[in-house]
Structures are given as structure tokens and as C-alpha cells.
Design a protein around this ligand. Structure first.
Ligand SMILES: [Fe+2]
Length: 192
């Protein structure tokens, strides 16, 4: 279930909005120019699917997005935990890469076919944290200050859309406020 939490940029003590209502989430994000959609999850993907398998499973949906948004490159990736030191190092590195505030000059358009992750959008004087789960598509517009947390045990399959074959390079904000806010693990725990 998708969860949107809105805090003032000063910190998470005051909660301005907390909702799991997809229609409300869609409306709040649309005001910010952020596309949010929910797709039916296609069952039967293997535990560690190839990009081709994921793209085939969501072929028609992907075609619609590509036609509407003009993307030139689409791929899929997965983070699937295994209990090895090598995995834990890779997971830590992957998490660290995006967990601090940054921008880039392409949209960050992601569909979660499995698992979860949190996008934090720092827009104006607020932070909008969108906990995305399987079936969620979120598009962070180009040049929006944001960060992403995949948690301490990253576990997801996501489809990624790009306007540039080369992908993008993050432009990191000097004094990131990301550390002030709860991460994926805390947000998920707060719900149960
Ligand atoms: Fe990003």
C-alpha cells in the first residue's frame, strides 16, 4: 500500500499529511507536477528476473508511458537480498548512492513490480515522502530536489524510463536535509 507523508523541511516532528488513499496521493502529487499511477501487478516473475522478462510482463503499459512521455530507453533492474557479505556491501553502496539530496536533468520515472522504496521530494518548504510498493509508478520531474531510500535490505524490481540513452548523473545538494527524516525501514515500521 502506497503511503504519502508530508513534513515541513525543518524535520519530521510535525506531520502535515499522512495518507494511504491512492486518489488523494495522486491529487496531492499532481499539484506538484509529479505523476503517480497504479498498475495491476503481473504475477509469475522469477525471483531474480532479467530486464527482458520484466519489460515483457508490462509491455503494453510501458508502451503507453513511452508514447505519452517520449522516453527513448527503458530497462528493469532488481535488488534481491542474499545472505552474503558481497551482497551486503553491494546493498550498502547502492543505498548510499541515492540517499542524499540531489537533482538531475531527466525525469526519474519508476515502476515498482515488486518490493518497495521511498522517494522524498523536497519541494518548496516541504518534504513529500512517497513510500512506493508493488504496482506503483512515480515520476519525479527533472530538476526536482529529491532523494531515494531503498532501506537496509533493498528488495525490489523496478522499471526505469529515460529520455537519454546515457542515463543521468546526479547533481548532489551541498547541505542535504535527508538525514533529518525517517528512512524506508522506519517508515515501514511506523505502519505496523
Ligand atoms: Fe534521483
Amino acid at each position: 500500500m502506497t503511503l504519502l507523508t508530508v513534513w515541513p523541511e525543518q524535520g519530521p516532528d510535525e506531520v502535515l499529511l499522512r495518507t494511504e488513499d491512492p486518489a488523494e496521493i495522486r491529487a496531492v502529487l499532481a499539484e506538484l507536477g509529479v505523476r503517480f499511477d497504479r498498475w495491476e501487478v503481473v504475477p509469475g516473475l522469477p525471483e531474480e528476473p532479467t530486464s527482458e522478462q520484466v519489460l515483457a510482463a508490462y509491455h503494453d503499459r510501458i508502451a503507453d508511458v513511452v508514447a505519452a512521455e517520449g522516453y527513448v530507453h527503458v530497462d528493469a533492474m532488481h535488488m534481491t537480498p542474499t545472505d552474503t557479505p558481497d551482497w551486503r556491501r553491494r546493498a550498502e553502496e547502492a543505498r548510499a548512492r541515492f540517499v542524499s539530496e540531489h537533482t538531475h536533468d531527466d525525469d526519474e520515472d519508476r515502476f515498482f513490480a515488486r518490493g518497495s522504496g521511498v522517494f522524498y521530494l523536497h519541494i518548496g518548504d516541504r518534504v513529500h515522502a512517497v513510500l512506493c510498493e508493488a504496482g506503483d509508478l512515480l515520476s519525479v520531474p527533472a530538476n526536482t530536489t529529491h532523494w531515494f531510500d531503498m532501506g537496509t535490505t533493498p528488495d525490489y524490481v523496478s522499471i526505469r524510463f529515460f529520455h537519454d540513452e546515457q542515463g543521468w548523473v546526479g547533481d548532489f545538494v551541498e547541505h542535504s536535509i535527508a538525514d533529518r527524516f525517517p528512512g524506508l525501514d522506519e517508515i515501514r515500521a511506523s505502519r505496523s
